[in-house]
Design a protein around this ligand. Structure first.
Ligand code: NAD
Length: 260
């Protein structure tokens, strides 16, 4: 039961972040949504949260590529709520390219959103969390934080980095009731992954179903997508009292990929 807890989920206008936000709201948490979305979509989402879960919700605009905007967002949230109880660093972007051709601006954006944004949210959330001596920090990494893959230098670098950040924050907070953990999803069917399916289909002249099967076959032994609900359930577990002593893990939910 997360009633009375306040949760910020970055990148919660789509995909995994939205599923996590819905799950935390279903458990009673007050939700702060964030992401890149137009005003109508944001209004519809906030109405859904109020109507379906009956919890307070607000949308916090913030381009996570911009440290100054993150500082402003975190100051506003600490002011509004005293402290965040749950911080889910979920927003992430992907770009697939061999390193020689990797666009430098895409590299910089990826480092900013996938890695540095978590540094900034955590460093600005922790003082108030420490003052209350309770907190949950969950970082959405990836199996790309545990394994390398040709074409994913930027993504691999950021996700390995995010797992390193997770472990060190977990140790810095080890004697408190604040935990910091990472989730490492395998393939989950979201817009981020559909773009990779579309690219594969185009490159190899496949239809959507064939490209999807090929992508899963590339490295997900189950041959199935991990579901949004399953990832959200793991995040909810990290927020529960049973997970009080789960600290600094990089927990794969990947249909067996990292077992091989
Ligand atoms: P998605 O594209 O559906 O959602 C990404 C979210 O991040 C959106 O809400 C988007 O608006 C937000 N975002 C992107 N750039 C932003 C910025 N500059 N400022 C603020 N918000 C920004 O992607 P998803 O598949 O749901 O991925 C969510 C997380 O899970 C990412 O960190 C991703 O790396 C990770 N992940 C996804 C998969 C998968 O198979 N889908 C697997 C492993 C890890």
């Amino acid at each position: 039961d997360l009633s009375g807890r306040v949760a910020l989920v970055t990148g919660s206008t789509s995909g995994i972040g939205l599923a996590v936000a819905r799950r935390l709201a279903r458990s009673g948490a007050t939700l702060v949504l964030n992401g890149l979305a137009d005003a109508d979509a944001v209004d519809a989402l906030c109405a859904e949260f109020r109507d379906t879960y009956g919890v307070p919700v607000r949308f916090q605009a913030c381009d996570l590529r911009k440290p100054a905007q993150i500082e402003t967002m975190m100051a506003e949230l600490n002011h509004a709520y005293g402290a965040l109880d749950i911080l889910v660093n979920n927003a992430g972007i992907q770009h697939v390219s061999q390193i020689e051709a990797f666009p430098v601006d895409k590299w910089d954006d990826m480092i900013a959103v996938n890695l540095s944004a978590s540094f900034h949210t955590i460093r600005t959330a922790l003082p108030a969390m420490r003052a209350r001596n309770w907190g949950r920090i969950v970082n959405m990494a990836s199996i790309s934080g545990l394994r390398g893959r040709a074409g994913k230098t930027g993504y691999n670098a950021t996700k390995h980095g995010l797992i390193g950040l997770t472990k060190s924050v977990a140790l810095e907070t080890a004697q408190t009731a604040i935990t910091c953990n990472a989730i490492c999803p395998g393939w989950v069917h979201t817009p981020l992954v559909q773009k990779q399916i579309d690219a594969l289909a185009e490159r190899e002249g496949l239809d959507n179903a064939a490209a999807t099967n090929k992508l899963l076959g590339l490295r997900q032994p189950s041959g199935k997508f991990v579901t949004l609900e399953q990832i959200a359930g793991l995040c909810e577990f990290f927020c529960s009292p049973d997970a009080d002593e789960v600290r600094g893990v990089a927990w794969a939910m990947d249909g067996g990929t990292t077992a091989a």
